[in-house]
Design a protein around this ligand. Structure first.
Ligand code: ZN
Length: 224
């Protein structure tokens, strides 16, 4: 399960790994918390129109990667707060989809980090542990038949504390192709040579490994 604040976060953070997983036959679901309706400098584009474009782009990118399902929570961009309601929303999805691995943005990256990324990461971490795990948390979810679930590991992208480098040498091209689906965002991107920039980043992330290209994470294994 990949939980992102915005459409396109997953493609920057984890898409090469997602493509590898789906090639290995694993099932991947995306949870996209906001509709991304603030992500433009184009004054002619209304928020609703932008949200529609970004949903289409995200669904196209997910298709390139072989993602089984994309769930939009449709919160407005820049509006996420660490609330009991948001936590419960994520717990519900964890109990429905019962993922082995959850990937999301690192909440503990310092200084310049979109607050939606920080809040999503924090809420996902708390939802995984302990809230999705404990049967006495949310008796109403239990009454609906949503049994507790233990996630085995969390991968945080955008981390300052890398302890896991995932080999994306064979799926880097799919990461680039998926990223290119986000046309509205690629237009806004400061560097026109996206593929070159991305390759250099992924080479750097693979430093010290036997493979060429990586996505880097802080990997957290949960107690059994
Ligand atoms: Zn984002």
């Amino acid at each position: 399960m990949v939980v992102t604040a915005h459409p396109d976060d997953a493609e920057f953070g984890v898409a090469g790994t997602v493509a590898r997983w789906t090639r290995e036959g694993k099932e991947v679901v995306y949870i996209v918390c906001t509709n991304g309706d603030k992500g433009t400098t184009d004054r002619s584009l209304g928020a609703e129109e932008l949200a529609n474009i970004r949903e289409r782009e995200q669904r196209a990118a997910a298709k390139v990667l072989g993602v089984r399902e994309v769930v939009f929570l449709y919160h407005p961009d820049q509006s996420l707060e660490e609330t009991p309601a948001f936590r419960k929303e994520i717990v519900r999805l964890i109990r429905i989809y019962r993922p082995t691995i959850v990937a999301t943005s690192d909440p503990y990256r310092r200084y310049l980090w979109h607050r939606d990324h920080r809040i999503t990461g924090q809420v996902v971490l708390d939802a995984v542990f302990p809230l999705a795990r404990d049967h006495l948390a949310y008796p109403d979810l239990l009454a609906e038949g949503l049994e507790p679930h233990k996630v085995q590991e969390i991968l945080f992208w955008g981390t300052e504390d890398v302890n896991y480098r995932s080999d994306i040498t064979r799926t880097f091209d799919l990461k680039v192709a998926a990223l290119r689906c986000h046309e509205s965002q690629m237009r806004e991107f400061a560097n026109p040579h996206v593929e070159k920039w991305l390759r250099e980043r992924c080479v750097k992330m693979a430093e010290g490994e036997s493979f060429d290209l990586a996505e880097a994470f802080h990997r957290l294994e949960l107690p059994h």
